[in-house]
Structure formats: structure tokens, C-alpha cells
Design a protein. Sequence first.
Length: 141
Amino acid sequence: MEYTYTRKINYYETDKMGIVHHSNYIRFLEEARCYFLKDIGLPYEELENIHIMIPVISVVCNYKNAVTYGDTIYIKISIKEFTGTKLIISYTAINSINDKIIVTAETTHCFTNSDLKPVNLKKYNKDIYNNFSLQLSNYIV
């Protein structure tokens, strides 16, 4: 199963050529990821309140087609891997007008405490680990 996040492209996200600047796609991924975690009951704010951070340690983004101001895109999210120490999320962004793939991407995350020291969720907070395991299991590909 995939999670789908929808957003409209804003004028300020475009460059002189009238297309979305490549750096904005990384922001779109983060935006989609935040909504995904919130919608499955694991919002960043609550995790950070209990001293669990999920920093990005790697981003791979392949640009396929351009989008412009006013276009609407769908970002489909699936989970490639969850170990309790690492989380890998896959993304496919699609233009709603023509169903062309805009970008394919992957972000890799680790779990840390508030001091940014890596933690194993299974040992650090078993309840959160179990909740992640349960919620993410529906989205693993």
C-alpha cells in the first residue's frame, strides 16, 4: 500500500525558466513525509517531545519531468526498510495533469535521541518501536 500526499505548485517555487526549481523537490519530500507520519499517528512534534529525532542521512532524487506554477502533484510514499535504527522511504511524484512521473526519490533516516546520538528504538522506546512497526507495516514494499 502507498500513502498519497497532494499539493499545488506555488509561483515562488519556480525559477526563471518557469519550472519548479530542483531544490524544492527535497522540501516537497519532507512535507509529504511529515504529513504521512502525522496521518499514521506518529507526528514529528510528538516524537520530538519524547526525545526521538529522525534526521535525514541521505537523499537520492532522480528528476524525470518538470512541473510549473499551478500544477498539482501527487507524492506517493512507501517504506522500503524499517529496522528500528534506520528508516528508508521511497517517493514517486506524479503530475496530476498528465500522470507523468516528475521525480523518484529515496530518503534514509536514522533514529536519534535529542542529543543526536543514534538509538535503537526497540531498546530506547519499545512502545514507539512497536507503534512504528505496526503503522509502517501497511506501507512496506
